[in-house]
Design a protein around this ligand. Structure first.
Ligand code: FE2
Ligand code: FE2
Length: 327
């Protein structure tokens, strides 16, 4: 539970949520005013944001693993530099987001502990393996592309620190998406083997990317309150459709095909119609039974243990400075 990490100010008994206060809070949201850390907020709003921001932060951190796997094997110095920069950006996104969650009264250590113990959720997409170099292209193009669709509306989220973090994050995600599409472009215009590699990566990543937007609207648990509070501006299905409409023409431009026999452009609605998503697979990966769930958690725990000396050194240095200042 996040409450164990609450700071002293939050241990005070919760303010009474009378109708007047709730009404004034909703009126501020309706007037598009940002809610800031010291403002009064309903407990459910705070909890919803902590859950969402923490999941988002964990996803950025775990998201470093499938791509970090290819840094030493990138095909050129230029590709290696770009991939290094991208993976480092994702780490930075995780840190901004943990900092945004901390403004809601939860300690970063608590969130990190939840991730390491396997008790926290993160985006299920990162539980799929990166088998070839083309996967790095597909991830940038599709996974970062889907992340942008989700995150652009969050730049207008009612909670100020989250909204402001998203502005910078989205600028960086846009670079990630372009570098991924550029990798796919080179492969799609390359040798027969390279084109086949690009097609295989698209075939494996397409459906998991559609699942990134979460369960269909009818089954989504958190949408109503999130929409009322202007944390969420579009439903899961609306965002998924926007992503499909933006991405299918990009794939066709590269001469690639999508692994969905039902995919067709619907003249009546001007949208790309797509086939049924395998939600059983989605739920299995969420439960921890995806191809890489155990590997990802083990790798994150190893990295945390290997970084212990850095945390200890930083604490010792801070203590040395504190003593010096006191003397
Ligand atoms: Fe990111
Ligand atoms: Fe990214």
């Amino acid at each position: 539970m996040y409450t164990q990490g609450l700071n002293a100010a939050d241990k005070a008994p919760p303010a009474i949520e009378d109708a007047g206060r709730l009404g004034a809070f909703q009126a501020r949201i309706d007037a598009e005013q940002k809610i800031e850390p010291n403002d009064w907020m309903p407990e459910a709003y705070r909890r919803t944001l902590i859950r969402q921001i923490a999941q988002h932060a964990h996803s950025e951190i775990v998201g470093m693993l499938p791509e970090g796997n290819w840094i030493t094997r990138a095909p050129s110095l230029r590709r290696k530099a770009a991939l290094l920069a991208k993976v480092q950006d994702e780490g930075g996104h995780g840190l901004y987001l943990y900092a945004a969650a901390e403004t809601l009264g939860v300690a970063r250590e608590t969130l990190v502990e939840q991730l390491l113990s396997g008790g926290a959720k993160y985006s299920s997409i990162f539980n799929y393996p990166t088998l070839t170099w083309a996967d790095i292209g597909a991830i940038g193009w599709l996974v970062d592309g889907a992340a942008i669709m989700n995150q652009i509306p969050l730049c207008r989220c009612s909670y100020g620190p989250y909204a402001r973090a998203m502005i910078r994050v989205c600028k960086e995600e846009s670079f990630h998406q372009r570098q991924g599409y550029e990798i796919m472009t080179v492969l799609a215009r390359g040798t027969t083997a390279q084109r086949a590699m690009a097609q295989d990566a698209l075939d494996r990543w397409w459906w998991p990317c559609l699942m990134m937007f979460g369960p269909p609207d009818g089954e989504s648990q958190h949408s109503d309150a999130s929409t009322r509070w202007k944390i969420k501006r579009f439903s899961n299905d609306e965002l998924r459709q926007k992503f499909v409409d933006a991405t299918v023409p990009q794939g066709h431009y590269l001469g690639l095909s999508f692994p969905d026999p039902a995919l067709r452009f619907d003249e009546a609605t001007s949208h790309w119609h797509y086939g049924a998503i395998d939600w059983d697979e989605f739920r299995a990966v969420l439960r921890g039974d995806g191809p890489c769930n155990r590997d990802r958690l083990a790798a994150r725990n190893r990295a945390h243990e290997n970084g212990a000396w850095v945390r200890e050194a930083a604490l010792a240095f801070a203590e040395k400075r504190r003593r010096k200042a006191a003397a």
